[in-house]
Design a protein around this ligand. Structure first.
Ligand code: SF4
Length: 258
């Protein structure tokens, strides 16, 4: 059986062919299905969620978010509240002093943006992003305090279903091992390359399925290549398998590159 030979490091990286990207997407879909998630339409909520998700797990992030929403009826109230009250509300999410300050900094920046259309100045709203040219919406978001390209992509994709693909640590690791992205590149380059690989309408699926694969199989340390459904098309599989201890005699494990 043919083994894929592709460049996987940054210096010799070659952009994968469209057909190869398609095969990987299809294989991921057979394993993880097609994710269904409607855009929720609340860009500010997505910004706050991404701040709360830093250095914690999904459960603690969600607990912190729900406590914040239960305590404050509007985002304006969150913006104007004493910092200690925000900090107390989101404490289950960890590093609450840093996160509370960051959340208020973002909300205040949205309120006080001098270049914003008047619609934005009256109320704390980012609904205009859904109607703006994509590049303008992205540039605005990465201009907010502490907001990078990944957070901007989360907002534009999850809130409005726009053409963006968040490249987080799982997505970048799996994509690099599969030869879809270079192993080392700036966040901006990774996001630009991922967008170029992704057909319109396929953003959510590619992001979610690469993320799932990174969490369940292609772990940061010790990827489970021996049971990976993508092993035969993965240029990194042989390298990882070579590091495994020798199989005991009589093992039924198959050499996946045979
Ligand atoms: S074969 Fe190994 S390195 Fe490649 S995608 Fe699967 S788990 Fe990751």
């Amino acid at each position: 059986m043919r083994r894929y030979r592709g460049a996987v490091n940054g210096s010799s990286f070659q952009t994968p062919r469209r057909a190869r990207v398609l095969r990987i997407r299809e294989r991921l879909r057979t394993v993880y299905g097609t994710p269904q998630m409607r855009p929720h339409g609340d860009a500010i909520a997505e910004l706050v969620l991404t701040v709360l998700s830093q250095s914690t797990n999904d459960r603690n992030r969600d607990v912190a978010y729900l406590r914040l929403r239960a305590r404050f009826a509007t985002w304006e109230q969150v913006r104007d509240a004493p910092l200690a009250e925000i900090e107390e509300a989101i404490r289950p999410g960890g590093i609450s002093r840093i996160k509370s300050a960051r959340i208020q900094a973002i909300l205040r920046a949205i309120s006080s943006d001098g270049d914003a259309p008047r619609e934005r100045e009256r109320a704390l709203s980012l609904e205009w992003l859904a109607r703006a040219p994509l590049a303008q919406a992205r540039d605005y978001l990465v201009g907010l305090p502490g907001v990078g390209r990944k957070t901007a992509a989360c907002v534009l994709l999850f809130a409005y279903g726009l053409h963006e693909v968040p490249v987080d640590t799982h997505v970048s690791r799996v994509a690099a091992r599969l030869g879809l992205l270079p192993a080392r590149a700036s966040s901006r380059e990774l996001h630009d390359r991922m967008l170029a690989l992704t057909p319109r309408g396929g953003e959510l699926e590619l992001h979610v399925n690469l993320l799932r694969h990174g969490r369940r199989t292609c772990h940061a340390r010790g990827p489970a290549c021996e049971r990976c459904a993508l092993a035969r098309m993965c240029p990194s599989a042989a390298r990882f398998l070579a590091r495994r201890p020798a199989q005991p005699r009589g093992s039924t494990a198959k050499a996946i590159t045979a």
